[in-house]
Design a protein around this ligand. Structure first.
Ligand code: NAD
Length: 425
């Protein structure tokens, strides 16, 4: 690790936005970034807070708070998901928007970074209430989104159906269909084949590469996954088919484990019947916390931020941590894992498959010309393998961890675009 880096800003930081800024500060020193550009990249370009009034099923009205943050648009229109969750904060959305800028640059797609969210509890809302809230939110943020400006996508607790409502609302306001305003849509209205599993598939591709570099066979390698939604469930499914052994899985209600390997098909059926992995008969109960620390080769955090901390990092047994979730590892935990020789595949690399296929979806929508799934997956693989190799080389060259390697590449690209364009006026 480079001794020139002052990590004090990162140490002990618990606010996710401070954590994102600390990660940038860390790499700014390494890149010897122009201080003006550093300051520019440290703040979001645009922050919109909206009130979202919504008529509930009992005819009462509730007003939700929503956000859309655009971090940087030097490399192209802003891109990033929308999160519906009770714990959404503006700081979280700002951090996620910044990470999107780096992620798009790392996989070298022509987008900047954005993110959105609404503070709400979608699990306790009816479909009608969700639709009304989504449509009003879309109308409120329509002043800054659009296929050439900012393109939302799914994130935690937002689905293809919600993307369909966003696309329809935006199209109704303009008077014609505009599928390119949002990605992660259902196939029937301009979605891309392969988008539903893209985050997980991309994550598997980089894990394959990492194990190859470490000389570990993927066949039978033991995998633990925290989170069993879009990212986690599909990772379990794709990786079990590819020969990995899924030994532990959890969701918001708890976890289950089976050292001999979980029957993922049966677990998915159990989850769709009961709403949780908890109570599955093909494994023993395990707490969410223990899933992170269980005996495995690959750990995939695929739920929320800040779950790997200085407290639990010393007990993590995996040889590779692949961040399907955004921001699961605190900076101080990063250093502990690096010192222990554990390879962390950072979020901006490990979960970039989602935005990569979102980019493919947007390209297909604009061209009105759709590709088959093999083509989507082959292009995804090329993109992910290229990004892994570039990151790995950078990390080796500077003797730094994979996150810093990825940041050196990504921040360097965004900074280059920003400097080439200059500061208006
Ligand atoms: P999702 O809503 O489909 O699933 C979230 C999962 O996390 C659910 O299984 C839920 O039960 C679980 N969960 C929630 N709280 C938890 C807790 N405290 N402990 C354990 N599990 C918990 O969301 P998703 O789209 O799979 O997103 C998960 C993560 O992946 C997020 O960090 C998101 O930003 C990131 N991500 C998603 C995509 C994508 O394409 N969906 C792309 C890039 C990154």
């Amino acid at each position: 690790m480079s001794s020139t880096i002052d990590r004090s800003a990162a140490q002990g930081s618990r606010n996710v936005w401070e954590m994102a800024q600390a990660q940038l500060d860390d790499v700014a020193l390494l890149l010897e970034l122009n201080p003006g550009i550093h300051a520019f990249l440290r703040s979001p370009k645009r922050v919109l807070t909206v009130s979202v009034p919504c008529e509930m099923d009992d005819r009462s009205y509730r007003v939700f708070e929503g956000y859309r943050v655009q971090h940087n648009m030097s490399r192209g229109p802003a891109k990033g998901g929308i999160r519906f969750h009770p714990d959404v904060t503006l700081d979280e959305v700002k951090a996620l928007a910044m990470w999107m800028s780096w992620k798009c640059a790392l996989v070298d797609i022509p987008f900047g970074g954005a993110k959105g969210g609404i503070i709400c509890d979608p699990k306790n809302m009816s479909m009608r209430e969700l639709e009304h809230m989504t449509r009003r939110y879309t109308s409120e943020i329509s002043i800054i989104i659009g296929p050439e400006r900012d393109i939302p996508a799914p994130d935690v607790y937002t689905t293809p159906q919600i993307m369909a409502w966003i696309m329809d609302t935006f199209s109704m306001m303009r008077g014609y269909s505009i599928p390119g305003v949002v990605t992660g849509k259902p196939i029937a209205i301009g979605g891309s084949l392969g988008r539903d599993k893209a985050t997980a598939r991309g994550c598997m591709f980089v894990i394959d590469e990492a194990l190859r570099e470490l000389g570990i066979s993927a066949d039978g390698a033991r995998v633990a996954i925290q989170g069993f939604g879009n990212a986690g469930l599909h990772a379990a499914e794709l990786m079990s088919v590819a020969g990995y052994k899924i030994v532990a899985v959890s969701d918001s209600r708890g976890g289950i484990a089976n050292a001999k390997g979980i029957d993922v098909k049966k677990l998915i059926a159990h989850k769709s019947e009961t709403g949780s992995v908890v109570g599955f008969s093909g494994g023993d109960a395990m707490s969410n916390k223990d899933v992170l620390e269980c005996d495995c080769d690959v750990l995939i955090p695929a739920a929320l931020e800040k779950v790997i901390t200085a407290e639990n990092a010393p007990r993590i047994k995996a040889k590779v941590v692949a961040e399907a979730a955004n921001g699961p590892t605190l900076p101080e935990a990063d250093s502990i894992l690096f010192d222990r020789g554990i390879m962390v595949l950072p979020d901006i690399l490990a979960n970039a498959g989602g935005v990569t296929v979102s980019y493919f979806e947007w390209v297909q929508d604009l061209q009105e010309n759709f590709w088959d799934e093999e083509e989507v997956n082959a292009r995804l693989k090329r993109t992910m393998v290229r990004a892994f190799k570039a990151t790995y080389e950078k990390a080796k060259q500077h003797k730094i961890n994979m996150r810093r390697g990825a940041y050196v590449l990504a921040v360097g690209r965004v900074a280059e675009a920003t400097m080439l364009r200059g500061v208006y006026p």
